[in-house]
Write a new protein. Structure first.
Length: 573
């Protein structure tokens, strides 16, 4: 038996109820929607389905299953899609400037569709890196009952008897350019690395944010685990549709779920899994939508106190499918809970607390993917925040799997990714150098590009552990090595990274959390007086608009005032 809902208190009353809505109802009739269906809650089922990459191609199927769950529980689903920019294809060229921008465009477009059509609730299905936080940002911004569903990870490829991911392809290109392998070998690995639908298989940004979706409470327990190719994902989709209707019945909204404690749980799972540094942008952005101050340093505080326990690529051995086979995200959450590193009283989309969801979960002993808290890889997380006179607003580095955590060396400065890539390909750097790539920040890029092509090239040349790299841009979740991103203030606004010169001695200390340059405050001030702003190449269009509105990385590179500035919210129209 389905629940009864009072339409007089729902947004969809504006498009379905009374004589004034006759014109609106005419459009519904044209789509085969009956009057009885119009009188039920209208639930948006938003996906980032498209044919740009394997991350997204299974989402249409999952949307159909979610719609079935909504209908079964007494709602009327209306499916719509939004854009994605797929990092794997945007990587290494000007297209990457669109990547982070797409996160906010996704959130904005979901908001506009929901507002424009007065939908009452939302199921959001996403698969690629920026689409996950973009969808979650929309959920907490709108604050209607909402459930997030991950599209699932890709299955691992097999090459020469080993599991491989797209990261291995990038690193093999580095080997090819260094003359270590043939073009035929490069062709062979690229043909097998990505064998199915789904997001990149390591603990890169998509799988990191999928773990976050469960830890923060916006996704059903276990839903982040099954690979995209598995039909068992359909059951999670159906249940997500049912769950959103239950949330409507309970009156439970996203901001009841995404609290400061829930954000701390989300940061904990990033640290415990050696997740993507991009979480350092996305968690503050999600918090911003709620009106909660939770910046890079708040994230870093949780990173520092949380043990690193999951042996996942790129720092470890295993991929997302291995984690699923071992027990999924829930066993990581269980280990964190038992160790006292998780807030168990946080509410979730099940209508139960995190502790209640995890009560029946048993940590499996016959697996090697996740360790107990008593036997971590390191006592502090696989991601570390840094601060110092080179990064007064902070920076971030993934240290999972790294042995060397302190580096001092001379700066080798480049004002864009392309110039750095040319130098690296030609090996115009020395062991011990600190390669600096600047004017790639949110405003300066614009768009804050990822540098996976550069870091993979270094690893392919066998120099990934011999040099460091710092940027006011970002790094891919697939990046490994001593690579520091999100340096703020960025070069475009005259941050200290803009003032560096070749040969300046830079120190990175991931143990103490320091990023500094051996220059006095007086010398930095002197250089600042002669610094002149650069004009980027995007003086119209969406990248111009983004550069004009985007804020600092420390607060998530957000583009509007956020929940704190609200005078009313959509859910209460």
């Amino acid at each position: 038996m389905t629940a009864k809902f009072d339409k007089s208190k729902l947004p969809s009353r504006h498009i379905t109820q009374g004589p004034k809505s006759a014109g609106h109802r005419a459009f519904f009739y044209a789509m085969g929607v009956s009057r009885a269906e119009m009188n039920r809650p209208i639930v948006g089922v938003a996906t980032t389905w498209n044919e740009t990459a394997p991350c997204n191609i299974a989402l249409k199927r999952e949307a159909q299953a979610a719609k079935f769950g909504v209908q079964e529980a007494g709602g009327t689903p209306r499916e719509f899609t939004t854009i994605t920019v797929t990092d794997g294809i945007a990587m290494g060229h000007q297209g990457m400037k669109s990547s982070l921008v797409s996160r906010d465009v996704i959130a904005d477009s979901v908001e506009l569709t929901m507002r424009g059509h007065s939908y009452d609730a939302l199921v959001g299905v996403a698969g690629c890196d920026k689409s996950l936080p973009g969808m979650m940002m929309a959920m907490v911004r709108l604050n209607v009952p909402a459930v997030f569903l991950y599209g699932g990870s890709i299955l691992p490829g097999r090459y020469k008897g080993k599991d491989v991911t797209v990261m291995d392809v990038y690193e093999h290109y580095g080997k090819f350019s260094a003359g270590q392998i043939t073009e035929a070998e490069l062709d062979a690995i690229e043909a097998v690395a990505c064998p199915s639908a789904g997001s990149c298989g390591g603990q890169f940004t998509a799988n990191t944010m999928a773990c976050v979706s469960e830890a923060i409470g916006l996704a059903l327990p276990g839903s982040a685990g099954a690979p995209a190719a598995y039909e068992s994902r359909d059951e999670f989709a159906v249940n997500s549709g049912r769950a959103v209707m239950n949330l409507m019945k309970l009156g439970l909204r996203p901001r009841d779920i995404v609290t400061r404690k829930a954000l701390e749980n989300a940061a904990a799972i990033v640290a415990a899994t050696g997740g993507s540094t991009n979480a350092g942008l996305h968690l503050p952005a999600i918090a911003h939508e709620c009106g909660i101050k939770f910046d890079l340093f708040d994230v870093g505080r949780i990173f520092k106190q949380t043990p690193y326990i999951a042996d996942l690529k790129p720092g470890g051995r295993f991929v997302a499918k291995d984690l699923f086979d071992a027990g999924g995200v829930q066993i990581i959450l269980k280990a964190l809970m038992e160790g006292g590193f998780l807030h168990g009283d946080c509410m979730t989309v099940t209508g139960k607390t995190m502790a209640e969801n995890l009560k029946s979960v048993r940590f499996p002993k016959d697996q090697e993917v996740v360790r107990l808290i008593t036997n971590p890889f390191t006592k502090t997380g696989g991601v570390v925040t840094l601060k110092g006179n080179l990064a007064p607003e902070g920076a971030i580095v993934k240290v999972a799997g790294m042995k060397k955590l302190v580096h001092t060396g001379p700066a080798l400065c480049f004002d864009c990714e392309e110039d750095a890539m040319k130098a690296v390909v030609k090996k115009k750097y020395k062991k011990g150098d600190v390669i600096v790539i600047r004017y790639e920040g949110p405003k300066g890029g614009p768009g804050m590009r990822e540098m996976l092509a550069v870091t993979s090239q270094l690893y392919g040349q066998g120099m990934g552990e011999e040099v460091a790299l710092i940027t006011d841009g970002r790094f891919s979740g697939a990046t490994r090595g001593f690579c520091i991103g999100h340096v703020g203030p960025e070069a475009a606004v005259g941050g200290p990274i803009a003032l560096l010169k070749d040969g300046d001695m830079v120190t990175i200390d991931a143990i103490k959390g320091v990023l500094s340059v051996d220059l006095t405050a007086a010398e930095l001030k002197k250089r600042a007086k002669s610094w002149k702003p650069r004009v980027h190449d995007y003086q119209s269009g969406v990248l111009w608009k983004y550069a004009a509105t985007v804020g600092s990385a420390v607060n998530g590179a957000v583009t509007h005032p956020g929940g704190k500035a609200e005078t009313h919210m959509y859910a209460d129209i």
